[in-house]
Design a protein around this ligand. Structure first.
Ligand SMILES: [Zn+2]
Length: 54
């Protein structure tokens, strides 16, 4: 399982439809809103880890 870096949810890469390739790694998201948040500020989520839903 992959971890959604934005909310920390487990995402199955086999079924995940929302993903993004960033700095040599593939990231998977549970929802379009999570991907949008990640794209706004990827470093924030990669350095600090999941910050939870707001
Ligand atoms: Zn998510």
């Amino acid at each position: 399982m992959a971890i959604d870096p934005v909310c920390g949810m487990e995402v199955d890469p086999k079924t995940a439809k929302i993903s993004k390739y960033y700095k040599g790694k593939m990231y998977y998201f549970c929802a379009p809103s999570c991907k949008a948040k990640f794209e706004e500020d990827p470093e924030k989520y990669l350095e600090g880890g999941p910050v939870g839903m707001e």
